[in-house]
Write a protein that binds this ligand. Structure first.
Ligand SMILES: [Zn+2]
Length: 78
């Protein structure tokens, strides 16, 4: 299982979180989803993980940002 600090990276194809990976996996090595067999380079998988982390973190921060925007852009933000 490949993890970022807070978020488990999901397979971009099927959402599974277990990947076959070589020992001492490098960014340009391919890892393989054990569920659907999708192969992806580790650096691309990490990038996908960052995007996934954003999607998880954004809703949490969104309320705060909306409040901030309401205060700065009064009336224009719904
Ligand atoms: Zn998969």
């Amino acid at each position: 299982m490949i993890k970022t600090t807070h978020v488990t990276i999901q397979c971009p194809q099927c959402g599974y979180t277990d990947f076959e990976q070589p020992e001492n996996v490098q960014d340009d090595d391919f890892v393989k989803c054990v569920f659907c067999g999708h192969q992806i380079m580790l650096c691309d998988l990490k990038e996908a993980g960052i995007e996934q982390a954003k999607e998880i973190l954004i809703p949490e921060a969104k309320k705060e940002i909306e409040e901030m925007l309401k205060n700065t852009l009064k009336g224009t933000f719904k």
